[in-house]
Design a protein around this ligand. Structure first.
Ligand code: XIL
Length: 320
């Protein structure tokens, strides 16, 4: 029952990641994708700006293809994501909508997207990155919370449950690997949801790690406290970036440290009851988002650009 997943590369912020859609165009990529994983997540293709590019138009093309590919290859799918402050289309962010309109826009979106894949999605990241580092709700940059208040988060979970009663509904965020203000805020909100019978099933840590910082040694203890509430947990976007030396080639010591971070993340998840989904955010440096978003850093995935395997790949295989 354990799922090893990867994000399926595709698009990204268009100007930043100029390559075409690897999922449709790169056959060797697809071969590895089919062979090495039993779970897949859409890196971008189910986000608002991709799947709902105009108010009255959805574009399901690549998302449908990913779900079909997954079925054909015996893989489950994680849905990502429904309520987020980022990668929303301009028509939404710049639109001039009343509160009632915005509410029905979100409800319709969730019913439409979750409903379309009803029965095909194992876990949905319903709410993504709703808290700041200090554990406050994002009341300025998250359009939904800003315009409609925090109650909209519970509504999003309720609408998702109605649209697909079998999908497990998750909160997902970065920087919540350890016990800290942000993960504390999730724990408190989830307790409140449970008390109010709002349907929430899981809490997941993205785990975009960097060898610049120490490994979050309390990852397991943190996941445990969510598990103790009866929740599922998951690692959803693991990668381990590093500062690239002059010339761009990581040292053996860096690769060993990276392998250790990957492995400790996997071990923590394996040790926690209900942590049954472990996803890396892309498997090859060829399409990793890291060099685009973190200047001077890279080599964050388990395979080189030619799909040859790094120490991190081997260490994960040995642990499994
Ligand atoms: C990233 C993608 O990897 C990029 O291709 C895109 O340009 C920006 O978003 N947290 C998330 C993911 O929840 O959706 C983000 O994915 C990485 C951080």
């Amino acid at each position: 029952g354990f799922h090893i997943g990867t994000a399926v590369a595709g698009g990204g912020h268009h100007e930043d990641q100029p390559y075409p859609d690897p999922f449709t165009s790169d056959q060797p990529y697809r071969t590895v994708l089919a062979a090495e994983f039993n779970s897949v997540s859409a890196e971008n293709q189910m986000k608002w700006e991709y799947i709902h590019p105009e108010r009255d138009r959805y574009d399901f093309g690549t998302a449908d293809a990913i779900v079909k590919f997954a079925k054909r290859n015996g893989q489950v799918v994680r849905g990502h994501t429904l309520l987020w402050h980022s990668q929303n289309p301009e028509w939404l962010e710049q639109g001039d909508f009343s509160k009632e309109e915005l509410r029905s826009i979100l409800r319709d979106h969730i019913k439409t997207v979750v409903g379309r894949y009803r029965g095909d999605i194992q876990q949905w990241d319903v709410a993504n990155e709703i808290f700041t580092e200090t554990g406050e709700l994002r009341t300025t940059d998250n359009i939904w919370i800003r315009e409609l208040g925090p109650g909209i988060i519970a509504d999003a979970f309720r609408w998702a449950r109605q649209a697909d009663p079998k999908a497990k509904l998750f909160f997902n965020d970065y920087g919540v690997e350890g016990v800290n203000a942000k993960s504390d805020a999730y724990l408190a909100l989830i307790k409140q949801f449970k008390a109010q019978r709002v349907p929430v099933d899981g809490f997941s840590a993205q785990a975009h790690l960097s060898t610049r910082y120490g490994f979050p040694g309390d990852l397991e203890a943190n996941l445990e406290r969510f598990s103790a509430l009866g929740l599922e947990t998951a690692i959803t976007e693991l990668d381990v970036r590093m500062d690239l030396p002059e010339g761009g080639v990581p040292t053996e010591a860096q690769l060993a440290q990276q392998a250790d971070y990957y492995n400790r993340t996997l071990v923590a998840c394996l040790n926690v009851d209900g942590c049954d989904s472990f996803t890396i955010w892309g498997f090859t440096d060829k399409y990793s988002w890291v060099p685009v978003f973190f200047e001077g850093q890279g080599a964050a995935t388990v395979m080189w650009e030619d799909f040859s395997r790094k120490p991190a790949y081997h260490v994960l295989r040995d642990t499994l």
